[in-house]
Design a protein around this ligand. Structure first.
Ligand SMILES: Cc1cc2nc3c(=O)[nH]c(=O)nc-3n(C[C@H](O)[C@H](O)[C@H](O)COP(=O)(O)O)c2cc1C
Length: 288
């Protein structure tokens, strides 16, 4: 897959046509999930469930931004074994699937939820594992106007029809720092050292979908390594925050691996000496 191109063209769709996804396409997605999908923690057991349009009524109230469930012909629900990083891994796996869907010319939207037990209950999922990720997909309505959400706060999401444009995101300069958090002085020189490929990976990270578009994270470049850092964010729930971290890791990794080879993210606390604000947290570090 051409991750850079898929990432640059992807956006969330919140309206879908009635066109059903062909059986053969659903089989392709299943095969991709079983054989190819990228996993952050490969040994962590997960299972993928597909639901048709009937799931919309069932999910009403259990998933989606406040009183707004994206109606779609298909839904994906990922369940996982319990693990401290289950949602980070879930975000990583599901986002790789959603990019595969984009490759198959399908559109999608992540759906928030808070209660795994409730989601399993309304959908009739019989599993000991926890729901870690939900997404809606199908063929998005390609009208000039589309639904756009206006995030005032977590419980006050305004739905407005506006002209279609990409959700504004933080730029690479607001997302990546060199050696000290907030320092972007040497960023160009540092990135130049990697022949601009690092820029492509950071750019892919800057386009990652995140809960309420909060982008509550950043990257710290240091000593030939890069660390993903979580910023505190009052609007993020633990689940949505962790999913968003997994998603941004997938965007960065999928593009960086084109030139850096396989990246190994270390989730253990990294060496002291990295200068980040007290309320920020280093999530994972990899050598480049
Ligand atoms: C964990 C997570 C949960 C989300 N939940 C919802 C949701 O319930 N409803 C919705 O319309 N969008 C949801 N989104 C989509 C984000 O609002 C969207 O990714 C963000 O606004 C950026 O827009 P983009 O995806 O078009 O780049 C969610 C995204 C993430 C990562």
């Amino acid at each position: 897959m051409n991750y850079s191109a898929l990432i640059q063209n992807r956006k969330s769709f919140r309206e879908f046509t009635d066109k059903q996804v062909p059986f053969s396409t659903l089989e392709t997605i299943k095969n991709y999930y079983y054989n190819t999908v990228r996993r952050l923690i490969p040994e962590l057991k997960t299972q993928l469930y597909f639901f048709g349009t009937d799931a919309r009524a069932a999910l009403e109230g259990a998933a989606g931004y406040h009183q707004f469930l994206v109606g779609a012909p298909q839904y994906l629900v990922l369940v996982s074994e319990k693990h401290d990083l289950a949602h980070v891994n879930g975000g990583y796996v599901m986002q790789d699937l959603l990019l595969k869907l984009a490759d198959l010319e399908l559109d999608s939207c992540w759906l928030t939820f808070t209660d795994s037990v409730e989601v399993k209950d309304v959908l009739g999922i019989e599993s000991n594992m926890d729901v870690v990720a939900i997404a809606a997909f199908g063929y998005g309505k390609k009208s000039v106007k589309r639904l756009r959400l206006n995030f005032r706060s977590m419980s006050d999401v305004d739905i407005k029809a506006k002209y279609r444009y990409m959700e504004p995101k933080r730029s690479v300069n607001d997302l990546a720092f060199v050696e000290t958090w907030g320092n972007s002085h040497n960023l160009d020189r540092y990135i130049g050292f990697f022949d601009d490929m690092l820029w492509e990976a950071l750019y892919a990270a800057s386009l990652a979908p995140s809960y309420l578009n909060r982008q509550a994270y950043g990257f710290l470049l240091h000593d030939g390594s890069v660390s993903l850092v979580a910023r505190p964010d009052a609007y993020n729930t633990k689940i949505d925050g962790d999913l968003s971290l997994g998603i941004v890791l997938l965007h960065f990794t999928a593009v960086a691996e084109n030139w850096a080879g396989k990246l190994h993210w270390d989730f253990a606390p990294v060496a002291d000496g990295l200068q980040i604000p007290k309320d920020h947290k280093i999530i994972a570090t990899t050598a480049l």
